[in-house]
Design a protein around this ligand. Structure first.
Ligand SMILES: Nc1nc2c(ncn2[C@@H]2O[C@H](COP(=O)(O)OP(=O)(O)OP(=O)(O)O)[C@@H](O)[C@H]2O)c(=O)[nH]1
Ligand SMILES: [Zn+2]
Length: 343
């Protein structure tokens, strides 16, 4: 359900024609010489971009935002137009003049540590929820919430269950597959070949990796992108933090330009205050259709008066369909309920 493509606007920007089809206005300088860059890193107002991705003149450049974008946030995954010194030389500094329309926006809600709602990553296709099968024990409340955040953002979900050498995956698989979540099981250290299934699911896509400290996310990232050399190890008992000092997201390219993984070392939870039920519902075609007959403002939760999802279940044509629908509805309602659960 993640929308790929949608690059037309950017292609238009990249077109070298000086007589572009867009009107010139005084407010918005044309910047006909702008080129498109992909934001791979953000560090205190300094952006790292990849230009001419996949072309012979592909290069990384550093850039700042143009003054007119001072109040606009640029995040990892953004496609931006840049002007100025785009040569990619060591001291070259380009200028971001426009941000491309975003196909998806993964947000985190304001919380105790950060009073602002923020966009974490733009234009990602899928959220990879990295969860250990043991050490630490999986917490389904956290997984549910991440699924909600991804569906709200318009992203697919891949549940990556790590440390399969320590515990079986059947139970979690049974909980999440009915929600349309793809599941892969890995044992990165004991069985490096198990990572191939993850690689397969990442190919050609922009994927955000999200996981709690100690689940083996850095170990996985290092297996996927050996040049990344993410710090791995145990959690600091005193601070409760991992060894990472950086907290901003960074996009890492899979070998052979087979897609991007965005690591989010500082993001421990996404927060769901901004989530709209309708966005989550849209990820479930069958339920979405059935819910068209719900009363206005229906919460679709268990016991919601006249919720058409109950009628949809009751109208199952046979026992097998009923069993499938029941699992799906129960799982969906569990997801919705996780929005307001305290964790
Ligand atoms: N048994 C087992 N241990 C693993 C596996 N993958 C990683 N580990 C171990 O789990 C611990 C945590 O791994 P990391 O990769 O550092 O975990 P992380 O999720 O990046 O955590 P932070 O570094 O705190 O963000 C390390 O001691 C790893 O060696 C696995 O497949 N099986
Ligand atoms: Zn309803």
């Amino acid at each position: 359900m993640a929308r790929r493509g949608g690059r037309d606007e950017h292609d238009a920007f990249a077109r070298p024609s000086k007589r572009g089809s867009r009107p010139r206005t005084k407010q918005r300088p044309e910047h006909a010489d702008a080129v498109v860059g992909f934001v791979t890193g953000v560090d205190r107002g300094r952006y790292t971009l990849l230009l001419a991705e996949g072309l012979p003149d592909e290069r990384a450049v550093h850039a700042m935002k143009a003054r007119e974008l001072a109040r606009t946030r640029v995040v990892v995954g953004d496609r931006v137009d840049v002007v100025g010194d785009t040569s990619g030389g060591k001291d070259a500094l380009a200028r971001i003049v426009r941000i491309g329309e975003r196909t998806s926006v993964l947000r985190r809600t304001a919380d105790d540590t950060d009073p602002y709602e923020r966009i974490v990553v733009a234009n990602a296709d899928q959220l990879v929820i990295v969860t250990a099968l043991a050490q630490p024990e999986p917490r389904t409340g956290m997984i549910d919430r991440a699924v909600v955040a991804a569906y709200d953002a318009g992203m697919d979900v891949l549940l990556c269950l790590t440390k399969a050498d320590l515990a079986p995956a059947d139970e979690l698989r049974g909980l999440y597959e009915p929600l349309g979540v793809s599941v892969v099981v890995t044992a990165t250290l004991a069985d490096p070949a198990s990572v191939d299934a993850v690689r397969e699911r990442l190919r050609g896509r922009v994927s955000v990796l999200l996981g709690h400290s100690g689940v083996g996310k850095s170990t996985l990232v290092n297996a996927l992108v050996p040049s990344a050399r993410r710090a791995t190890g145990h959690v600091n008992d005193v601070t409760g933090r991992g060894r990472h000092t950086s907290t901003s997201a960074v996009a890492l390219r899979l070998p052979g330009a087979q897609g991007w993984v965005v690591d989010t070392p500082g993001v421990r939870s996404l927060g769901l205050a901004h989530v709209e039920v309708e966005h989550v519902l849209a990820a479930f075609e069958d339920l979405d259709e059935a819910a068209e007959r719900c009363p206005r403002g229906c919460t679709h939760l268990d016991g919601a008066p006249d919720c058409a999802l109950d009628d949809w279940l009751a109208a199952s044509p046979d026992t097998e369909t009923r069993a499938t629908r029941e699992v799906r509805l129960t799982s969906f309602r569990r997801l919705l309920a996780s929005r307001t659960a305290s964790v």
